[in-house]
Every structure is written in C-alpha cells, then in structure tokens.
Ligand binder design. Structure first.
Ligand code: MRU
Length: 357
C-alpha cells in the first residue's frame, strides 16, 4: 500500500516522493521538522490538503524534538517551529489552517506539562490526517452526481489522492479508493458504475498532470488520456469534453478560487464552450478571512522549472522568465464548489457562508 503522507510511531513523517513519480515509487522519511519543511518547499509533498496534513505532522515532529522541560521555553520553541513550517509555501491556505489548528491544540491547553503538550500535538496531527481521508471520500460522493454516465471530464494539475493524505491500492476500513478532491469526484462517479473518461492536462511547468494524475488514474483503472495544456481548447471545440473538475489551493469568501497556473484560462475556455466548470475542495481550503481572489498571494517558483525539463535546457541563457505557480478563477466562471459539507453555487458569498461552522 502507498500512502501520500504517513505518521510513523516514532514521530517520523513518511512521504511518497512526488518528484520521482511516475517512474519511481520511493518514500522519504522526514526525521526532523526542518527536513519536513524542506520537503514541502521542494515539492516532495505537494497539493493543498497534503501540504496541510504533512505540515501538521511536521509541527508534531518539531514539538517532539524540543528538549527543554520549561513550559515557557517549550511554548516559545513551539511557536518558532510553527512559523518555520508555516513559511514554506504561500498560496495553499490548508498549510496555515493546519498550523493554526496545531497551535490551538497545543498552546490552547492550560496547565499542561511539556510531555502532555507533545502528546496533544501528536494526537492533533493524527486527527487531521484521519479527517482528511474521510473528508475526501465524502466530498467525492457529494460531487459524483454532476458527472453523467459516458462523460469525459477534463482536469488540470493533480487534485487526487496524491494531493491529500490518500492511500493507494487498498480496501481497508472505510477507504475503498484513493479519493483526493477533483479526482475524488471522478473516482466516486466511477465507483457508482458510470463509464467515465478523463483528459488530464500535462500542467506545465511542473507536470503534475502528466506525472501524477495520469499515474494515479491508471492505478485506479480509470480511462485517462494525457494532453498538453494548449490542446484543451481544441478538445472542447471538438465536443470531446462534457465537464471540467479542478481542485483549489485557496478559495476566497466570494468563491474566487486559486488553483494551479492555467486553471483560469481553462475556465474561460469552458465558458466559451458552455461546459460546466466545477471546483472540488475541502472546507479547509476556503479562506473566510479574504473577500475575493485579489487577496490570494500567488507563489512564484524557481525559473528553472520553465527553462528546463529535468536536466534538459529548453530556453537560451539570460532570457527573462516569469513563473507564477497559481492563478485565480473568478467565481462567475464556476458552476459549483463541491465540499465535504455540501455543494455551493452562486451567489457564493451566501452559499459558502452557509457551509461555515
Ligand atoms: O503546486 P502544487 O502541486 O502544490 O499545486 C497543487 C494544485 O494547484 C492542484 O491543482 C490542486 O488542485 C490543489 S490541491 C488539491
């Protein structure tokens, strides 16, 4: 069985190394919180919910590493660990959501000793991981009815089990499939017995679609066709796509949704061709603190991601490069936002607020 994120008994956070997929299925053990922080930065683990779960594990691991028995010093060091983990990537709000939950579980406890606080950190991280698996299964089922028998769904980047705490290749307990968010919807429709085909955008420059989504869907036995990003419009024009389902890294209060770069253009193509465009994400991806997508920080990544594929250089030396990793799809391009608590439709300000607790 492969798990995206796993917490070992000794506090180690085990990750499947997503940089090596699909050719190598290798796990990486993060033995201290700094290794975990680096794993988030370098995309060993990626995808908003997976980053959140890994971050929670990293904070628990960091708490375990603290040697002082003085409660004041422990809390100060714990805060520092939360800041380091929280500083790894800027766009996916699940990272900050998870770190805040860890902070609350540990620093919110009054009268507890250092060992008890370390235990609380470990338990909270395990809770976040377990919840994530159930959330994705529920979210998938909530969205499955949007996909009809015989339809072809286009998706972008990877919003599958690899982007969450997902498990692969098991029928243990409640986990009957490796769900994920956008792919969770597709997989749930597939499990309902519908014949579903998927177009996976390769997702330049980091190729999460080609490397991860294609790998994951193939493993799940779902029909998948890989296309390059610039083929999406052609496929829509030819009537080859009936639905679009993508994930999200941060959704503003009004429904504007940040997702992998290229999602915004897809939403415009979808509108032009009258194709429903769905966003699937857990409630932890909704940032109720921001009114609209203009407030979402967009990560800019290493320019080498654009100039090179692997070790092969594609562009001349010295050329100017721009590498924003995300864009924002305006709410008017979104037919529905599918969450584990239900489905939100326009006006999103009200419908998303109803899903808030
Ligand atoms: O840079 P990444 O790979 O962490 O970005 C992930 C995405 O943007 C995915 O498309 C996804 O929809 C959000 S996570 C389910």
């Amino acid at each position: 069985m492969i798990k995206t994120v796993e917490f070992l008994e000794n506090g180690i956070v085990r990750l499947i190394d997503q940089r090596l997929l699909p050719t190598e299925e290798v796990v990486v053990d993060c033995k201290n919180y700094l290794e975990l922080a680096e794993a988030i930065k370098n995309m060993t683990v990626r995808g908003a919910p997976a980053i959140g779960v890994a971050a929670a594990g990293g904070v628990a691991l960091g708490a375990r590493e603290i040697t002082t028995t003085d409660i004041g010093k422990f809390k100060a060091e714990f805060e520092k660990i939360c800041d380091v983990i929280g500083g790894t990537r800027p766009t996916a709000v699940n990272l900050f959501w998870a770190v805040e939950r860890m902070r609350g579980a540990v620093l919110g406890a009054t009268g507890a000793g250092v060992e008890e606080l370390k235990g609380r950190a470990a338990n909270e991280a395990k809770k976040i991981l377990a919840e994530d698996l159930l959330i994705n299964e529920t979210l998938g089922k909530n969205g499955a009815d949007f996909i009809g028998d015989g339809e072809t769904v286009l998706t972008h980047c990877n919003a599958g089990a690899l982007a969450t705490a997902g498990h692969f290749g098991t029928a243990l307990g409640v986990i009957k499939a490796a769900f994920g968010t956008a792919l969770g919807v597709i997989k749930a429709a597939h499990l309902q017995g519908k014949r579903i085909s998927v177009f996976a955008d390769e997702t330049r420059p980091f190729l999460q679609g080609a490397r991860l989504t294609a790998w994951e869907l193939k493993k799940e036995g779902i029909d998948v066709t890989l296309i390059t990003d610039n083929m999406a419009g052609y496929c829509m024009k030819k009537g080859l796509v009936q639905k679009i389902v993508v994930g999200a890294d941060r959704i503003a209060r009004n429904g504007d949704a940040a997702n992998k770069i290229g999602t915004y253009s897809l939403s415009i193509l979808a509108k032009a061709h009258g194709i429903p465009f769905y966003v699937a994400a857990p409630i932890s991806t909704i940032d109720y603190n921001i009114p609209n997508g203009d407030h979402i920080p967009i990560e800019e990544r290493d320019l080498r991601e654009v100039t090179h594929v692997g070790n092969r250089q594609l562009a001349p030396d010295g050329i100017k490069i721009f590498n924003p990793a995300f864009d924002v799809t305006p709410n008017e391009n979104i037919a529905a936002i599918i969450t584990e608590r239900g489905v939100a439709t326009a006006p999103f300000e009200q419908s998303l607020d109803k899903l808030r607790r």
